[in-house]
Design a protein around this ligand. Structure first.
Ligand SMILES: [Zn+2]
Length: 345
């Protein structure tokens, strides 16, 4: 039998983490994600708890409890996906439908910065009950997207998550198995009793066997996966939402040596900017933007994620309009295009 490791022996890389409270005091606004791996097995995992970033993501809107919890789970999910991808850009999970939940979006930028929003059919209806995901979305879709920064030269990717299971965790498990051929076991638990509600996610993933693995090693990996997922299934909501990563992993898997990697700090940060708001105004088109400038002495654009307000007086709005017209001219020099009706006369 494998030797049991005392809880502290799991913490191999970061002394500061022996005292969790010290870290929390030093970085009061940070949430964390821990990656862990089982020694000599092609099985990895992630534990993430979001408290501050969830509080900040919901500071401008009051959501019904199940929707608040769903946003927390979506944010935890994108943090986990982003942690496994080495690229600069955003991972998003977003839905669109015609049910109680019209639109939703959770984003993790550069593996560290979270933001999210839920749009309800009726924002004043606070009596929304727990429902299967598909029912919340109605006739809708849920998509997982990777949006690399332009400079990376990488192509964006989007995959659709089947809604045939009741919970987000089950739908994502199915997605990872079918889209990435990675057997996955995912659990979320929320703690809404605390002053600041939190969400915790625990994920196990079985990686492909090493091509050089022997029959014995392949059998051992399969048996270990069965054992570890059976143990993970015994976790209660209370354990998952209350215990720290180290204690939880030890309690669940103490017979299987596990390496807890250094934590990744996560925090709320909105990626809105003056530049992006300029682009939003440009998307109105020069005719409508020009009419808007004529009509209003001041144009304001509010970021729906963070409530930041971007204000344009006539001069600054006209500058955006001029930039737009210059871009249009550069893209369609006179005589170069015949398919844009606006350039025909
Ligand atoms: Zn913003």
């Amino acid at each position: 039998m494998t030797k049991c490791l005392a809880p502290n022996a799991w913490l191999l890389n970061n002394e500061a983490w022996r005292d969790n409270s010290h870290f929390k005091a030093a970085l009061p606004r940070m949430d964390v994600l821990h990656r862990f791996s089982f020694i000599d097995l092609p099985i990895r995992g992630q534990w993430v708890r979001l408290e501050n970033s969830l509080a900040e993501a919901t500071q401008f809107r009051v959501y019904p409890k199940p929707i608040h919890e769903m946003l927390g789970q979506m944010l935890a999910a994108v943090a986990m996906v982003a942690d496994n991808i080495k690229f600069s850009g955003a991972v998003t999970l977003q839905s669109r439908g015609d049910g109680d939940l019209l639109r939703s979006l959770a984003e993790c930028k550069d593996q560290s910065f979270l933001r999210g929003i839920m749009h309800l059919q009726n924002p004043d209806n606070h009596a929304i009950d727990e429902q299967p995901l598909a029912q919340w979305l109605g006739n809708g879709q849920l998509a997982l997207s990777l949006i690399p920064d332009k400079e990376s030269g990488m192509q964006p990717y989007q995959g659709f998550v089947s809604l045939e299971y009741d919970t987000l965790a089950q739908c994502l498990e199915h997605y990872f198995v079918t889209s990435e051929q990675l057997e996955t076991c995912l659990n979320f638990a929320s703690d809404s009793s605390a002053k600041a509600p939190s969400v915790t996610g625990l994920l196990l993933q079985r990686l492909p066997n090493n091509p050089q693995a022997t029959e014995i090693e392949i059998d051992a990996a399969r048996d270990a996966w069965h054992t570890l997922t059976t143990l993970a299934a015994t976790v209660t909501d209370e354990e998952l939402s209350q215990l720290d990563a180290q204690t939880l992993l030890y309690r669940l898997f103490h017979e299987h040596p596990c390496r807890l990697h250094e934590p990744r700090a996560l925090s709320y940060r909105c990626s809105c900017s003056r530049e992006k708001t300029d682009t939003t105004l440009m998307m109105l088109g020069s005719e409508d933007l020009s009419a808007l400038i004529e009509e209003q002495s001041e144009i304001t654009v509010d970021c729906e994620f963070c409530g930041n307000r971007y204000t344009y007086d006539r001069d600054s709005a006209t500058k955006v309009l001029t930039d737009l017209e210059e871009q249009t001219t550069a893209a369609n020099p006179a005589g170069a295009s015949s398919d844009d009706p606006k350039t025909l006369h």
